[in-house]
Design a protein around this ligand. Structure first.
Ligand code: 13P
Ligand code: SF4
Length: 383
């Protein structure tokens, strides 16, 4: 008999830890397509300049006709970002999207991003109609953290405070004590550590490890990853830095350790944008979804931007620095959801009410600590 069998509680814990594996985004369906291939297949065809102008004015008219506001993430198509700004909506990171949607008076929120962003908007604003251009726009972090397995993981560790990243389903949030985004994860975990709390963290292992390193908190991790950031390559980044020795390196903390270790700035999408706009350097290497470059180019037109490398000699690129689910959002989808009332987020009320607790805790923390922490971290020792 092994030691495990002598102690059933320990045996069960081990089994649960084994289940907490990273989501396999190469897994194929019956037709031989992986989840990312399915997402790329749903990305609407690109439009000519005239078509884009026509769809934009049709979308703007629909937004006005339905008392709707467009809440867009930095990673979606540039036309959608421009439309959001031109019609009184916002282009933001996941924290600011949540706050903007909650505070806006519009009757309908059109969330251009991925499903967890639409769900967060609905959790915060149950009386508003929340529509998405494509409800199937998901996220590998969300896919890799099924609520039943996550609940079992939490149940096996009742002594830990459960902290989940925003990139999870409403059902996972309903089991959590705190939600965090990359903008505020660091100060919130610092706060919990100061209170002597041990943390159960899910789902992004890279962000979790980074926060653990920065805070020294006791953190038990779920084993998830973002398909876009997980593909950034440390070795190739070193080579690119040699080609551009003056360039500052900006990294989203969902990236692997070897990439973060070379960063001048680690931070949320907003923090990286601010670093380019406010920075005195002329060149930047950017390790995040290349959708953010649209806003960076608009706000810092004189600066030179390089995409951090995703695929080296030994790599197979599945995202190539662009999230396939973010790419499913398009002008056509905004028009369709408003004209047809399609893509509506509907949540079970009991789940929504439970999930609200961990989000409200985060928003109260952010508000009581002044302006949203930008998630900026000083120089990390790039060599
Ligand atoms: P932000 O919270 O920085 O916007 O990140 C969300 C996300 O999905 C990054 O991949
Ligand atoms: Fe999820 Fe990564 Fe896409 Fe962000 S970029 S939505 S973390 S898969």
């Amino acid at each position: 008999m092994t030691g495990c069998h002598k102690n059933p509680a320990r045996a069960q814990r081990r089994e649960i830890m084994t289940q907490a594996q990273s989501f396999d985004y190469t897994r194929q369906d019956a037709a031989g397509a992986s989840c990312t291939a399915q997402a790329w297949a749903k990305v609407p065809p690109s439009l000519t300049r005239d078509e884009r102008a026509q769809w934009k004015s049709r979308a703007a008219a629909q937004l006005a006709a339905h008392d709707a506001v467009l809440v867009a993430h930095y990673y979606v198509d540039g036309d959608l970002q421009d439309l959001a700004l031109a019609t009184g909506g916002c282009v933001a990171d996941s924290l600011e999207m949540a706050r903007f949607g909650r505070n806006h008076a519009a009757h309908t929120l059109v969330v251009a991003g991925v499903r967890f962003m639409g769900e967060t908007a609905k959790i915060l604003s149950p009386d508003k109609r929340v529509l998405m251009p494509d409800l199937e726009a998901t996220c590998t972090l969300d896919l890799g953290c099924p609520a039943d397995e996550f609940t079992a993981f939490c149940d096996a560790h009742p002594d830990r405070t459960v902290v989940v990243y925003a990139n999870t389903s409403a059902a996972v949030k309903a089991r959590a004590d705190w939600m965090v985004t990359s903008s505020c994860a660091l100060p919130i975990v610092q706060h919990l550590k100061a209170r002597g709390e041990k943390i159960l963290w899910a789902p992004d292992r890279h962000l979790g490890r980074y926060i653990q390193e920065q805070t020294g908190a006791d953190m038990l991790m779920w084993n998830g990853a973002c398909i876009v950031h997980d593909e950034f390559k440390g070795l190739e980044l070193e080579l690119l830095r040699k080609e551009h020795p003056q360039a500052k390196v900006l990294v989203h903390p969902e990236s692997p350790q070897g990439v973060i270790a070379q960063a001048d700035v680690v931070g949320s999408t907003t923090a990286l944008l601010k670093a380019v706009v406010d920075g005195s350097a002329a060149e930047y290497i950017v390790a995040t979804d290349n959708g953010l470059m649209h806003r960076m180019r608009q706000l810092a037109p004189g600066k030179t931007l390089y995409e951090a490398p995703t695929a080296g000699q030994s790599a197979t690129c599945k995202s190539c620095a662009h999230c396939p689910w973010m790419a499913m959002n398009a002008l056509q989808g905004v028009v369709a959801c408003l004209e047809q009332g399609s893509g509506e987020i509907v949540l079970d009320e009991a789940v929504r009410a439970k999930a609200l607790t961990c989000i409200t805790r985060m928003l109260d923390f952010v508000e009581s600590h002044g302006a949203a922490p930008a998630g900026l971290v000083p120089h990390l020792g790039a060599t």
